[in-house]
Write a protein that binds this ligand. Structure first.
Ligand code: SAH
Ligand code: TMP
Ligand code: ZN
Length: 415
């Protein structure tokens, strides 16, 4: 099915504050990024228009068109957070940090929004602390349960949060990583948090940081699931709108540049200096301003030209190129750049649910990680560049055998 969801309005209304949003990039028609297809599936693929803009009122960077959430998050949603050893360690360390700080109170209770396969909550469960994951994707939720994690297979929103409050009491911590940015209805999240959070509790949100995306021209961080790209200014504004304060931030070296926002009820906690410092930095550099975002757009177009030129040149020289990591991000790269099996015949990936499937839109087959060495290609296009350290260490034999990695963030280059 080709659904034309492009409206005629040039300036869509902000999903947070209603003010006009100025689009700064349009990637054109894109498929659902995690909709890996069975090769026998002959039904037409769903497409939507992927365009991003910045709100002139609240600075929130957001997409112009929303993919219905049930098309993205369902029983077969294939992404599993625990596929990365680095991310497992990252969330395990954060769980221990929570246990030592916010959860060091009598009978603590922690809720996670988008708990996926329990990558964070499994540590909390092992510590015997009361917890609940709220996770609509059934397969991911079952994977978490297999690790002893308690999960409610639902979307987190005002009504589900209210039910949790009635049944389990207030939450000392509500945590959410790489999920709040996926939810166009941010009002439903904040109203849900308002219903569930203890008076002195904290809502901790980890997500990709707009500043890092712009700095590294990480255009592939823009795909259906990443509906919002957060900055300190936009998150502070949306928090205030719903009766909360942004009280702290921490920048984190995961997923190519992440920021952890700590949000509390208005007036409940002092605001750490780091918030105002980074806010001042964002304003000084004009992070959400036209000139900055237009520069990002120019860099994105340049990356496409250079990457496609490189892949065509290698093909014409008879070199083999294979993709590494069938990330959701790669859907933007392949579909925006027009990269199909003629340039990248297959992508190797460690996620069992993606094996034997075709990547959305591009139709590039996905093969298990073992296929990478069977035989090694001349070049590997690193779609999972956010896991570069882990993958290059794991695949050190590839480089030792003369193989070269191709990267396109922060610019197109051969490693
Ligand atoms: N927290 C994990 C998973 C991120 S993937 C990590 O950081 O790796 C995003 C997850 O959010 C998916 O598992 C998806 O099913 C879930 N999700 C999407 N919308 C949601 C909602 N409204 N409430 C709760 N979870 C949601
Ligand atoms: P992500 O960038 O959204 O976390 O997705 C990473 C993808 O890369 C996911 O499909 C799993 C895959 N992957 C590998 O194939 N091998 C690896 O070593 C790692 C860390 C990830
Ligand atoms: Zn706005």
């Amino acid at each position: 099915m080709i659904t034309d969801v492009r409206s005629t309005a040039h300036m869509p209304a902000c999903r947070v504050c209603g003010q006009p949003v100025r689009e700064f990039f349009d990637f054109g028609r894109q498929p659902v990024s995690d909709a890996f297809r069975d090769p026998t599936d002959s039904s037409a693929e769903f497409y939507y228009d992927l365009a991003v803009g910045a709100c002139g009122g609240c600075a929130m960077v957001q997409q112009s068109y929303e993919v219905p959430r049930a098309r993205m998050f369902h029983a077969e949603y294939p992404y599993r957070s625990s596929g990365s050893a680095f991310m497992r360690k990252h969330f395990e360390a954060f769980a221990h940090h929570l246990l030592d700080t916010e959860l060091a109170v009598p009978d603590p209770f922690v809720v996670e929004i988008g708990s996926n396969d329990g990558v964070m909550l499994r540590t909390i469960a092992h510590a015997g602390v009361r917890h609940l994951g709220v996770e609509p994707s059934g397969g991911a939720a079952d994977a978490a349960r297999a690790h002893g994690v308690r999960v409610l297979t639902e979307f987190f929103q005002e009504d589900s949060a209210g039910r949790v409050r009635t049944e389990d009491g207030p939450a000392d911590v509500i945590f959410s990583a790489n999920t709040v940015s996926h939810i166009a209805r941010l009002d439903s999240i904040f109203r849900g948090v308002d219903a569930l959070l203890a008076p002195d509790g904290v809502f901790v949100v980890e997500d990709r940081y707009l500043g890092d995306i712009v700095d590294s021209t990480a255009f592939d961080q823009i795909y259906d699931e990443h509906f919002y790209l957060f900055s300190v200014e936009s998150v502070r504004n949306v928090s205030r709108r719903f009766g909360f304060d942004l009280v702290d931030i921490t920048r984190l070296p995961v997923h190519g540049g992440t920021i952890r926002f700590t949000i509390a009820r208005a007036g409940a906690r002092p605001v750490a200096p780091a918030v105002d410092e980074l806010l001042a930095g964002e304003r000084a550099r004009g992070l959400a301003e036209h000139r900055t975002l237009d520069r990002f757009a120019v860099g994105t177009r340049q990356a496409r030209t250079e990457l496609v030129d490189l892949l065509r040149r290698l093909r014409d020289q008879g070199r083999t190129v294979v993709g590494y990591g069938a990330t959701a991000k790669s859907a933007t790269v392949t579909n925006y750049c027009g990269i199909g099996p003629d340039l990248v015949p297959y992508i190797c990936d460690s996620t069992p649910a993606k094996h034997g499937k075709l990547a959305p839109g591009s139709g590039i087959p996905v093969r298990p990680s073992d296929a990478f060495a069977d035989p090694y290609p001349d070049y590997a296009l690193l779609f999972a560049w956010n896991h570069a350290e882990e993958i290059m260490a794991k695949e050190h034999r590839f480089a030792a055998a003369g193989g070269r990695w191709i990267r396109y963030v922060p610019r197109v280059h051969i490693v």
